[in-house]
Write a protein that binds this ligand. Structure first.
Ligand SMILES: Nc1ncnc2c1ncn2[C@@H]1O[C@H](COP(=O)(O)OP(=O)(O)OP(=O)(O)O)[C@@H](O)[C@H]1O
Length: 664
């Protein structure tokens, strides 16, 4: 048996091989089922576990992410990123996140109104040369001065409208970014989804990049696509021009002028839409490579000291180079494919002038134009008809150019909507779990599965708990114990045996594959409940020393005097740092300021300050010397905190009432 009651024996026991019963009742407070080789269930049962959604999602993710072409390659995502029905559905989906209030709708509607004003004033600017030519041909100075003055007025007005259009386009982009990011943040940063999305969501790589860069890409590009930018008109201008100048062209050049313009544009549009799908998937892929490239560099920066201790950074150099190669090779593919698109775009741009002259020629030489145009107004007719025609074709040009420029946009939209859908799926899954369980805070309730309940009693209880890793390996088959306030249980066992996994299940990060457990709520405001301390010290960004101790409840009202915090720091041997850093209320880069041991002590100070009913410590004293380790456990005992520790060190055994050894 591998359970030792140190209160009874006073020393550690390693257990004997001939006693491997499933359940070991040690005393009234703790009953423990041990994992032994013969409790692993049949092969069929294990296969069933592997078929769980949990496992399925992980497997899909692994297959997608580490494909034959290495990191960052995901064929399904690449194929998805096309200008097709799926894209428009995703775009619609994101628009609903962007337009959530009447204010956003008002802003959104300001844009077409502004563009309509722009087209209307632009029409008068377009007419002006015709009038000026007529005044010149008629040698009419007064008319010439009048026409020039009017033109000055229109030109001033159109400049103001254009500036406003730019302003409103950028403003809308920023507002949309805020709305979409806020909605996605809300989903991502709530109910531990920033964790579970990584375990469960198939194919959603680099959520950080999608949130930080891709959403901005969506909103910037979309506002430009609708409203235009400094260099090009937008969708509204394109359609506005087509509508207005179709009428004008038909009136001036007759129906065949229209047929020429529409026929020519339709031809180019078909080419462009076909060619856009040659580029878009590779842009999607590029985003993946860029994200990975940045991530590897961030890792080199944040783990610089570890890498420098371990070696020369050769592997990291190779990794970043390999990823750079992927970025560069993929960019070459994009550039090559872009040639086709550019050919269509440029050819269309230059040939437009030719098409215009041909159409005018047909109107003139067929006798239509001169039939109804007085001699004195022929110059005006030529100038205004060509202006109309060019404006009509410009409308089409805008639309066609836009389709060649949307490859980035398609990629951004697909990546952001993929993340949003994955987050919604996570939320849905948790809500379903919630329906079948009872009680607890919002945070805990959403973590609930049918196997978990929040108890009012300040104790942790597991009943025949089975734990399965995301890869489908059964780590613990049937574990039952009760841990009351003031009790202490040490979980030991081989590396990879499932110790931290047990804590993951108790926290609610992984589902239990069988059995059940109950515990007080975690992370309630301030004190009490269960406090989990992870294996690696975590010191949050931009917090003072005092707030680090209050973390995660940094915003709760705290009436404790500074002395309380200083006393707690004293209990973990950190009084010195208060003076060193300049007080309790100073923000510093704690990862750099403190040694790993000091970081671990500060995290332990957190547990002591919170004074929970139960503390769950994952190798939390590994960097402390034995004397300080003893001292910290004594401080927990003084407070009557129930302790569940995971650890390897023999020195921990006498500090606990019970020891549970997980077998391999
Ligand atoms: N996200 C994951 N996906 C798949 N398998 C995982 C995942 N996390 C952990 N595992 C596997 O689950 C097993 C148990 O891991 P766990 O972290 O519980 O080990 P441990 O007993 O705490 O080990 P150590 O003492 O080394 O910290 C290991 O084989 C590990 O590889």
């Amino acid at each position: 048996m591998d359970v030792t009651d140190t209160r009874r024996t006073g020393k550690a026991s390693t257990g004997s091989d001939d006693d491997e019963s499933d359940v070991a009742l040690m005393d009234n407070s703790v009953s423990i089922s041990m994992v032994t080789d013969n409790t692993y269930g049949t092969i069929d049962e294990q296969e069933d576990a592997k078929k769980s959604a949990f496992f399925g999602a992980i497997q899909q993710r692994a297959d997608g992410r580490y494909g034959a072409e290495g990191w960052g390659y995901e064929p399904e995502g690449v194929l998805l990123s096309k200008l097709n029905v799926g894209f428009f559905k995703s775009l619609w989906h994101l628009s609903q996140l962007a337009l959530t209030s009447w204010r956003e709708w008002m802003l959104f509607l300001t844009l077409p109104v502004t563009v309509a004003a722009y087209i209307w004033v632009g029409y008068y600017v377009m007419l002006a040369p015709g009038y000026i030519y007529t005044a010149l041909i008629n040698d009419d100075l007064d008319d010439f001065i009048y026409r020039c003055t009017v033109l000055l007025g229109w030109v001033s007005l159109i400049s103001v409208i254009k500036v406003f259009r730019q302003f409103i386009t950028s403003w809308i982009s920023n507002e949309w970014r805020n709305s979409i990011t806020t909605t996605i943040h809300e989903l991502y940063m709530t109910d531990l989804r920033y964790y579970t999305i990584q375990i469960n969501a198939a194919g959603v790589d680099n959520p950080d990049q999608r949130i930080v860069t891709d959403i901005k890409g969506v909103t910037t590009e979309f506002s430009k696509i609708l409203g235009g930018s400094a260099g090009s008109g937008g969708l509204y201008e394109g359609f506005g021009n087509i509508l207005w100048y179709s009428v004008q062209t038909a009136q001036r050049a007759g129906w065949y002028g229209l047929v020429m313009a529409y026929g020519w544009s339709a031809l180019m549009a078909v080419f462009s839409v076909l060619l856009i799908n040659v580029v878009a998937p590779w842009v999607f892929r590029q985003e993946r490579f860029e994200a990975l490239f940045r991530f590897l560099h961030v890792t080199v920066r944040t783990r610089a000291e570890d890498i420098a201790f371990l070696g020369t950074g050769g592997h990291e150099r190779n990794s970043v180079k390999k990823t750079l190669d992927h970025c560069v090779d993929n960019t070459k593919k994009i550039i090559t494919r872009q040639v086709y698109l550019n050919s269509v775009e440029f050819a269309f741009g230059y040939l437009t002038t030719l098409i215009m002259y041909v159409s005018l020629g047909i109107a003139v030489f067929s006798g239509l134009a001169w039939n109804f145009t007085p001699e004195s107004e022929r110059a005006q007719w030529i100038a205004q008809t060509s202006g109309s025609f060019i404006s009509l074709l410009f409308g089409f040009t805008i639309l066609i150019q836009m389709s060649t420029q949307t490859s980035d946009f398609v990629a951004f939209v697909m990546r952001v909507s993929e993340l949003h859908k994955a987050l919604l799926a996570e939320k849905e899954k948790r809500s379903n779990g919630h329906q079948s369980s009872a009680g607890g805070s919002r945070d805990e309730a959403l973590l609930n599965t049918s196997s978990f309940s929040v108890s009012d009693a300040q104790e942790l209880q597991t009943d025949k708990l089975q734990i399965t890793s995301p890869a489908g390996d059964v780590l613990v088959t049937s574990l039952s114990f009760v841990l009351k306030q003031g009790d202490s249980l040490l979980v030991m066992g081989a590396s990879g045996g499932g110790k931290t996994s047990l804590l993951r299940v108790l926290r609610g990060l992984w589902p239990a594959s069988n059995g059940s457990f109950s515990r007080p709520p975690a992370l309630t405001d301030g004190k009490g409940g269960v406090f989990f301390l992870p294996q690696r010290p975590y010191l949050a960004y931009e917090l003072t020393l005092k707030q680090q101790m209050m973390y995660p409840n940094v915003n709760v009202e705290c009436n404790d005097s500074d002395d309380v915090f200083i006393d707690v720091l004293g209990e973990v041997g950190l009084t010195g740092i208060v003076r060193r850093v300049g007080g309790l209320n100073v923000i510093a880069d704690w990862q750099v300021m403190l040694s790993v041991g000091e970081q671990q002590r500060l995290c332990l100070a957190r547990v002591l300050w919170h004074n929970p009913a139960i503390a769950i410590l994952d190798e939390s004293t590994a960097s402390l010397d034995v004397e300080w380790e003893k001292s910290v456990y004594a401080a927990l005992k003084r407070r009557g905190v129930g302790v569940l520790s995971v650890g390897h060190r023999e020195s921990l055994i006498p500090l606990h009432n019970k020891v549970l050894r997980l077998k391999e």
